[in-house]
Design a binder for this molecule. Structure first.
Ligand code: CA
Length: 225
């Protein structure tokens, strides 16, 4: 993968860059927010490792500008321990996953590579549809009522799991496992944030909601009765 690391602590940036390069990725690094944003907009990257606390332009602002600019890069944010609010804000602003500092390098590599894997299972249908919501899995394209719905990579993955079995309820824990492949840490708040993001894009403005919450069970996508 082509990876951009935006991190202002030189030692940490160096460790991360070298560790990812050893895994065969093409890695570039920037040490401040404005330079990082420029690099991200100038060159396409598959994934961006983004520290939130950065000089000149903070990580949340970088993220917002990237998503406004339609960047399809997957974004993994780095948050300081205990900064739950920053993590929530980051996920609400379009990040795909997060990692709290300090972290083990193996954990970072696992997160990065999980984000790089597409969840499309072999033999899965290329075209998924519920009512007027259509997903072209191969081209990672979603439309509702014929209009393009621009989703971040992880938003796409969550919706894909739901669309593969319309009407089936998925618990937050199962969605978390299927999409983020976190085995031990069931962060159900992350799933809630992604469902909120998806509802805004997929349901708002289209009259009939397709994403439904089943109390005490989880979420499902289904056509109106
Ligand atoms: Ca920092």
């Amino acid at each position: 993968m082509r990876i951009l690391v935006i991190e202002d602590e030189p030692q940490l940036a160096g460790h991360v860059t070298r560790a990812l390069a050893r895994r065969g990725h093409r890695v570039a690094a920037q040490s401040d927010g404005a330079l990082g944003l420029r690099a991200a907009l100038e060159q396409p990257h598959d994934l961006i490792v983004l520290d939130l606390n950065l000089p000149s332009l903070d990580g949340l602002a970088v993220l917002a500008r990237l998503r406004q600019g339609g960047s399809p890069a997957r974004v993994l944010i780095l948050t300081a321990r205990g900064e739950v609010e920053h993590r929530v804000k980051g996920l609400q602003s379009g990040a795909d996953d997060y990692l709290a500092k300090p972290f083990a390098m193996d954990e970072l590599i696992a997160r990065v590579e999980a984000l790089g894997r597409r969840t499309a299972t072999p033999g899965a249908d290329d075209l998924l549809q519920v009512a007027d919501l259509r997903m072209d899995v191969r081209h990672r394209r979603v439309t509702r009522a014929g209009k393009i719905v621009a989703l971040s990579p992880r938003e796409f993955d969550v919706l894909q799991v739901l669309l593969q079995e319309p009407g089936r309820a998925f618990s937050r824990t199962e969605l978390c496992e299927r999409v983020w492949q976190r085995d031990h840490e069931y962060d159900t708040r992350t799933v809630e944030i992604f469902i909120t993001r998806l509802r805004k894009k997929v349901d708002t403005g289209f009259g009939v909601p397709l994403i439904h919450t089943l109390r005490a069970v989880g979420y499902t996508v289904r056509a109106p009765a």
